[in-house]
Design a protein around this ligand. Structure first.
Ligand code: NAP
Ligand code: ZN
Length: 346
């Protein structure tokens, strides 16, 4: 058993505090990872704040994990000590249902085991990456390409795959007009990835404050959604819209921006319902869809794609004592564009 240093939170309105957690003894297919960096995803905030329902505290969030293998179980074949690896939003699944067999473990029919705020097959609560070590079964560990530094690799494990997967599934590419709503952690990765896939990318942000960055990330245009003229001007324009906003939006206004047969994919996960008017969908055969992270095989594909296209998140590295401050800034949409905790400061 390994004792890991961690940062935990004890309730929705509480600050992070130092904690110690134990990681299980290595089973034969397990990998022990010394965590070097952990990204802060808005889902960590939703969970810590209890937005999505009751949570068992103390909670150690973190599902954008990058580190180095320090020990392996006797039957492990995919990784060895010293390998640079990552762990994303899930650490296990049944492996037997049709979705798992199809490589879509995130949609496991028995429910995947989330990296934190879940229960593993031993009946123990899972705790996430704001910690020095984690033990994960090798099938849920990803290899990080050599050209991607570990601090920048971390956010790819959630923000990267959550945007890559719908862009891939709905075939963003040459000749496709893609809009990204919200340019935070997920949104800025969506811009970079969609651009690398060859699509024409537009950012729809609350203001024009980050326009220069958006264009540098690969967008060809950038509009403020606080300006009503944006919606008039762009009506019927996009084949695909990826909504990454963490709060409730007027979805009907965004559906009006889709072309014939266009799809709006919601990856943002606000607690409040999003109301859809039937007549926002019917007249132009539009679709309103959702998408959750991506499977393990697709996550590896995304990492390799990012290495090949020289894409990485734009990050701000913080120390373990700055998590509360970072949470405040994420809530204020003041993030450029992902906070990443340097775990060595624990
Ligand atoms: P983030 O870094 O906080 O980015 C969200 C962005 O949304 C903000 O930067 C802001 O962009 C915009 N925004 C925030 N509040 C808004 C409001 N009231 N009205 C309009 N726009 C607003 O969050 P994130 O880490 O990218 O996560 C985004 C959402 O995706 C969260 O709900 C998270 O839980 C969810 N998520 C889902 C999955 C999945 O599998 N589906 C995976 C990971 C995360 P601008 O400043 O550009 O307007
Ligand atoms: Zn996430």
């Amino acid at each position: 058993m390994v004792t890991a240093k961690a940062r935990a939170v004890d309730g929705p309105d509480k600050s992070f505090r130092e904690a110690e957690i134990t990681r299980r003894e290595l089973d034969k297919n397990d990998v022990l990872i010394e965590i070097k960096f952990a990204g802060i995803c808005h889902s960590d905030l939703h969970t810590a704040h209890g937005d999505w329902g009751e949570v068992n505290y103390p909670l150690v969030p973190g599902h954008e994990i990058a580190g180095v293998v320090t020990d392996v179980g006797e039957d492990v074949t995919k990784y060895k000590v010293g390998d640079r690896v990552g762990v994303g939003c899930m650490v296990d699944s049944c492996g037997e249902c049709e979705n798992c067999k199809a490589g879509e473990e995130q949609y496991c029919l028995k429910g995947n085991v989330p990296t934190y705020a879940g229960v593993d097959k031993y009946g123990e609560p899972t705790q996430g990456g704001y910690s020095t070590h984690i033990v994960v079964v090798e099938d849920f560990v990803l290899g990080i390409p050599d050209s991607i530094p570990l601090d920048k690799a971390a956010p790819l494990l959630c923000a990267g795959i959550t945007t890559f997967s719908p862009l891939n599934h709905w075939e963003a590419g040459p000749g496709k007009k893609v809009a990204v709503v919200g340019m935070g952690g997920l949104g800025h990765m969506a811009v970079k990835i969609a651009h690398a896939m060859g699509a024409e990318v537009t950012v729809l942000s609350q203001t024009l404050n980050k326009k220069e960055d958006g264009l540098a990330f690969g967008a060809s245009s950038y509009y403020a959604t606080s300006d009503d003229e944006t919606f008039e001007k762009l009506a019927g324009t996009f084949d695909l819209i990826i909504n990454t906003v963490s709060a409730k939006l007027d979805i009907n206004a965004y559906l009006s921006l889709l072309t014939l047969n266009g799809t709006l994919v919601n990856v943002g996960a606000p607690a409040e319902p999003l109301e859809v008017n039937a007549f926002s969908l019917i007249p132009h055969r539009r679709s309103f869809a959702g998408s959750m992270i991506g499977g393990i095989r697709e996550t590896q594909e995304m990492l390799d794609f990012c290495a090949e296209h020289d894409i990485a998140p734009s990050i701000e590295v913080i120390s373990a004592d700055e998590i509360d401050e970072a949470y405040k800034r994420v809530m204020d949409s003041d993030v450029k564009y992902r906070f990443v905790i340097n775990i060595s400061t624990m």
